[in-house]
Design a protein around this ligand. Structure first.
Ligand code: SF4
Length: 344
């Protein structure tokens, strides 16, 4: 990972999020800490239920406050989001941080024109601007996100747009106040492949233009390879590896990260000649296995009675490229992967 001289745009410190359910307490995020610096694209990867979306929702304080208990610190623009007044957090949303979700249709109100929805997001932070002037700002933004004939389309409703065009509108709403940080939660998953590539290209172009920082949640390692500088791998609510993109693809230090790569033909499989999958399923977040939560699925586990089964691994620096890994055997895993024996 790179050295940073400046303060991070986002600093997440020992974040814990749990939900009370009829079946017990779900520990969705368990002691997550990381920093994101200006202009970076950081990708968060992991299977469904690994805690990545809950973690992202915490940054905007979107988790249901009646069932969720959240502790730790989330520093955004010098403000601790978790302890700030609701009015302060509302001020941060849109201007400091904005979020794009997977399904553009559910993010848009079917009863209002797209122009009104983009303008509303703008006017919340610029109440002194007239509606007429806001319309001009909206038209400019629609041009930036690649909506053809914006003068006509500004007065149309979401159902009159294709999925890709709707996601462009959602991006326009997110960027209308030039936030420093954009959180994108699987922003291209609901789109077909060619549109996915267009939306990703658009996000990267706009990142350069606006000087934004991006936190991208995705399960698509092709996307990670294309856009990320740093990669955070989550499993069972914890970070199990954080590395720069080169390291994660060429020298992963956690068996789970290696497994994710090995299940994609163009990456890890090439080292052993065929594809493999990670056996088993993610654990219940209500009753995690003792020790390392990944041990029931890990091909490197030391087995019965070992520290893999009794001691929770701590996220620690491994190797000489700034990677962090939460595996007792990270150094050995790194060496075995380097020799092509990382996956058995
Ligand atoms: Fe596998 Fe043990 Fe490392 Fe967990 S600590 S990932 S079980 S080798």
């Amino acid at each position: 990972m790179r050295n940073h001289d400046s303060e991070p745009v986002l600093s997440v410190q020992n974040l814990q999020v749990s939900f009370t359910t009829d079946d017990g307490v779900v520990r969705a995020v368990d002691g997550v800490s990381f920093d994101v610096y200006a202009g970076e694209t950081v990708c968060i990867v992991g299977e469904s239920g690994s805690g990545k979306s809950v973690m992202a929702g915490s940054i905007l304080r979107l988790n249901n406050s009646s069932t969720a208990t959240t502790t730790g610190k989330i520093l955004l623009g010098g403000v601790d989001v978790l302890s700030a007044d609701e009015s302060v957090v509302r001020g941060l949303r849109g201007s400091e941080v904005a979020m794009i979700f997977q399904d553009p249709m559910s993010a848009l109100n079917p009863y209002y024109t797209v122009g009104d929805q983009i303008a509303e997001a703008y006017l919340v932070h610029h109440p002194e601007v007239s509606k007429k002037d806001a319309r001009q700002v909206v038209l400019q933004m629609m041009i930036k996100v690649g909506i053809p004939s914006p003068e006509k389309r500004i007065d149309e409703y979401p159902h009159q747009f294709s999925g890709g065009m709707r996601q462009r509108i959602v991006i326009a709403i997110a960027l209308i106040n030039s936030p420093r940080l954009l959180i994108a939660d699987e922003p291209t998953t609901a789109l077909d492949v060619t549109v996915q590539a267009q939306i990703l290209d658009l996000m990267m172009d706009l990142q350069k233009e606006f000087g934004m920082t991006i936190l991208l949640i995705t399960h698509d390692l092709g996307v990670v390879a294309e856009v990320a500088q740093d990669v955070i791998v989550m499993y069972a609510g914890r970070i199990v590896e954080q590395s720069d993109v080169e390291a994660i693809f060429h020298a992963p230090t956690h068996p789970y990260a290696w497994g994710l790569l090995g299940s994609v033909s163009s990456y890890g499989a090439s080292k052993r000649g065929d594809l493999f999958t990670i056996s088993g399923s993610p654990p219940s977040l209500i009753s995690l296995p003792e020790g390392c939560a990944f041990h029931p699925r890990c091909v490197h586990s030391l087995g019965s009675g070992s520290r893999c089964q009794s001691e929770k691994p701590v996220l620690r620096p491994v190797g000489n490229n700034g990677s962090r890994s939460a595996c007792h055997l990270a150094d050995e895993v790194l060496v075995s992967i380097g020799t092509g024996t990382g996956a058995r």
